[in-house]
Design a protein around this ligand. Structure first.
Ligand SMILES: Nc1nc2c(ncn2[C@@H]2O[C@H](COP(=O)(O)OP(=O)(O)OP(=O)(O)O)[C@@H](O)[C@H]2O)c(=O)[nH]1
Ligand SMILES: [Mg+2]
Length: 326
C-alpha cells in the first residue's frame, strides 16, 4: 500500500484532491496508488448520465444528488466534457445547476475536459472513479455530453447508463448517435412539458422494442421535467430495478463486466506499451535507424522487431523494473 493511497483511504480530502487532479491528467506516476485504491475499492455505484448538449443532464443530476443525499448517501459527480478543451468556467452548467450542494461535505463535484491526448478522457474518468470510490462516495455520477466517441467509451467505466433525450426538439430521435442507444440501460425523456413529449416517448419505445439485448433487459423509457423537480423518483426507482436485475443474474453481469474491462485493459495496455517504448530509446540502435534511412530496411519491419524486443524485455527474467507494471 502506498502512503498516498493510505492517506486517501484514511479520509484525507486534500491528498484525495491532489490524487484526483493527477488521475484526471492521466499522470502515470500514480499507477501504483491507483492500483492500491482499486484493490481496496468497488463499493460505489457508478451511474453514467449522457445526452445532447442542453438536454437537462445537470439539472437532473442535481435532483439525483438531493435524492441520494436525503438517504444519507455520499455523492460525487464527474462532469466530463469531450467537446471543450479546458475545464475553465461553468462547463456543463454544473456550477450553476448543482451549486446548491457546494457547501455539502457529502457532495463532490468535479469537471473534466479534453486535455492534449485525444481519446484519453474516458480512461482518465475511469481513474478518477477509482479515487472517488476509495474516498467512500456511495454514488458516483458521470455526466457526459453526447458528442463523439467519448460518450460511448465512458460505458467501460460505469455500471448503469442513463441516456437523456428532450421532448423540445421535435424530430430528435434521429439525432441519437449510432451506438449510443445500444448501450443505454435507461432512457429518459426530459422536458416532458414540451408538446412533443408523447411522440418522443413513443418513438424511443419503438426503437427499444426493435432491439434485443443479450442480457434480456428492456430499457425503460421514463419522463422527467427536471426543472420542475418531476420524475426523479421514477428514475431512482428504475436505477434500483436495473441494479437488482443485474445482481440477480451473476453470469450475465460478469459477462458485461468482462467485456467492459477488456476495453479498458486494451487501452491501458496500449498506453503502458507506449510509455515503455518512450523510456526504452536504447531498444533501437543507430545502425538500425541508419539502415532504414538508407532504404536497406523499412520502418514497419524495424517497428515489429522493436516490439518483439520490448516484449522479450517485459516478460524475460531480467526485465528492467520500469517494464513491470505492479
Ligand atoms: N422546459 C424545461 N427546461 C428544462 C428542463 N430541464 C432542464 N431544463 C433547462 O434546460 C437548460 C439546460 O439544462 P442543463 O441541466 O444545463 O442541461 P445539460 O444537459 O446539463 O447541458 P450541457 O451540460 O451544457 O450539455 C436549462 O436552462 C434548464 O433549466 C425541463 O424539464 N423542462
Ligand atoms: Mg450539464
Amino acid at each position: 500500500m502506498t502512503s498516498r493511497a493510505q492517506a486517501v483511504l484514511g479520509g484525507d480530502r486534500r491528498a484525495a484532491a491532489r490524487l484526483l487532479t493527477l488521475a484526471e491528467a492521466g499522470d502515470p506516476s500514480i499507477i501504483g496508488d491507483l492500483g492500491a485504491l482499486y484493490r481496496a475499492g468497488g463499493r460505489a455505484q457508478v451511474l453514467g448520465v449522457t445526452g445532447p448538449p442542453g438536454a437537462g443532464k445537470s439539472t437532473l443530476v442535481d435532483l439525483l444528488i438531493a435524492r441520494y443525499r436525503a438517504e444519507g448517501a455520499k455523492v460525487a459527480v464527474l462532469a466530463v466534457d469531450p467537446s471543450s478543451p479546458t475545464t475553465q468556467g461553468a462547463i456543463l452548467g454544473d456550477r450553476v445547476r448543482m451549486g446548491r450542494h457546494a457547501d455539502d461535505d457529502g457532495v463532490l463535484i468535479r469537471s473534466m475536459a479534453t486535455r492534449g491526448e485525444l481519446g484519453g478522457l474516458a480512461p482518465a474518468a475511469g481513474d478518477a472513479i477509482i479515487v472517488l470510490d476509495a474516498m467512500g462516495f456511495d454514488w458516483i455520477i458521470v455526466e457526459t455530453v453526447g458528442v463523439g466517441q467519448s460518450e460511448i467509451d465512458i460505458v467501460a467505466y460505469v455500471d448503469t447508463i442513463v441516456l437523456l433525450q428532450t421532448a423540445d426538439g421535435g424530430d430528435l430521435v434521429q439525432t441519437i448517435k449510432a451506438g449510443v442507444l445500444e448501450v443505454a440501460d435507461i432512457l429518459v425523456v426530459n422536458k416532458a412539458d414540451a408538446p412533443a413529449a408523447d411522440k418522443v416517448v413513443r418513438g424511443l419505445q419503438e426503437m427499444v422494442a426493435s432491439m434485443s439485448r443479450p442480457d434480456g433487459w428492456s430499457p425503460p423509457v421514463i419522463r422527467t421535467e427536471a426543472s420542475a423537480d418531476l420524475g426523479v423518483e421514477d428514475l431512482a426507482a428504475v436505477v434500483e430495478r436495473f441494479r437488482a436485475f443485474r445482481a440477480a443474474d451473476k453470469s450475465s453481469r460478469r459477462e458485461v463486466e468482462r467485456r467492459r474491462l477488456r476495453a479498458r485493459i486494451v487501452y491501458l495496455g496500449d498506453a503502458a506499451w507506449r510509455r515503455s517504448l518512450r523510456d526504452a530509446s536504447d531498444l533501437v540502435g543507430a545502425e538500425e535507424l541508419d539502415a532504414v534511412l538508407d532504404r536497406r530496411d523499412d520502418p514497419h519491419r524495424l517497428a515489429e522487431r522493436v516490439a518483439a524486443r520490448l516484449a522479450h524485455h517485459s516478460f524475460g527474467r531480467n526485465a528492467p523494473r520500469r517494464f513491470i507494471i505492479s
